[in-house]
Ligand binder design. Sequence first.
Ligand code: PLP
Length: 481
Amino acid sequence: LDPMSFTNESRAVIDFIADYYKNIEEYPVLSRVEPGYLSATLPESAPYCPESLEDILKDVHDCIVPGLTHWQSPNFFGYFHANASTAGFLGEMLCSGFNVVGFSWISSPAATELESLVMDWMGKLLKLPSSFLFSGTGGGVLHGSTCEAAVCTLAAARDKALKELGGWENITKLVVYASDQTHFTFQKAAKLVGIPPSNFRLIETSFSTGFSMSPEKVRFAIEDDIKSGLVPLFLCATIGTTPSGAVDPIAELGKVAREYKLWLHIDAAYAGSACICPELRHYLDGIELANSISMNPHKWFLTNMDCCCLWIKEPKILVDSLSTDPEILRNNASKFKGVVDYKDWQVALSRRFRALKLWIVIRRHGLANLIYHIRSDISMAKRFEAFVAMDERFEIVVPRKFALVCFRLKPKQEAEGTELNCKLLDAINSGGRAFMTHAVVGGIYVIRCSIGTTLTEEHHVDALWNLIQENAQILLSESIN
Ligand code: PLP
């Protein structure tokens, strides 16, 4: 790694990325390539001799960029966005530049200590109780994804319960509760920690509760399971569900969890970021009743992929479940000084210095601008929602809470709703000028317009609405002819 060529080549890559952002609106948002396209373009085997960066960047431009779906395009309104910012990018650069592996405190003290500090900063921005913070009695860790956070919290809850029940043979009795709107990652995580898939309860939601989980239904399911000799273990509540942005009532669910001694986890992957705004913090009311909470700054907090915050009230339970003590890693700090060894808070041993980017994102923007960013996305979502509401051919299907609008073109007959809206979405996405995705809620196919890509401005939202109207007009006139 020669410092001179490092500087020159890094500059070339940064110029390349800057050009990419300058021209990003020229690309079709959804990639148009066909499966297998790349193997027809790039050589089948690795080169024996080194190649120039110039040649490689030419291939990135010619072969890779066409195969990208442009998540950073201001016309990307699909899934939940993956925010990016200059600050997040700079943090990633520093992380890659140092390339340290902070699995234990001694393996890179700054990586551990900054992570603990930034987890407390972030927790304070969300006004989490001190029971979740290192400065209180809890603590936090950065994972790459909510799925990893889910596996770790479920493993901790499982091991605590199995200890109390007297051994591993009881694992088939443990039951996990979530709603039919909960992200599928929790079912995967439960399976990964050995909970039988038949012991995963999906509590039904409906239009009547805005797709939030009913504490009464959870209570009934728990009672049923206890009668059958099973052991309720874990309840996952969501702030901002993936299909429609619904919010589960944490305070009431917390009471049920307390009563039956369940581990309550709050998945705030998407909407957790929004809770830094004083007017939205109430969605976290009752959080003191939870055992753990996770949220993804890489979704809506201007933090480049990947970054998931997990706070836990009793880190000892997590560490008891995940710790390892191989001779090769033994050291005095771990043995005698009570330091945090983050290898015991996650699945993998090796880990990235993710805290740098979250720290830089918070410092470069400040709470004021981070709040402004969330409010501006929500205000654009309200604008879009108003457009939909004004056009009687359309309807809002689920009330909006954050910056996700679930809407559809009203079908003449209900049975035609899915096909009609599927066609509308395909027409918009295949045109390349914008990209949205869909969900099915309460049996209804909805188009999801998720606003939150960093570069999106009001005029992009207006253009999207015009595009939707144009395509709807074509579809409706086709159906008349
Ligand atoms: N939970 C919610 C509510 C989500 O919306 C998502 C992804 O969109 C996830 C969990 C999964 O997050 P990850 O990809 O970080 O595992």
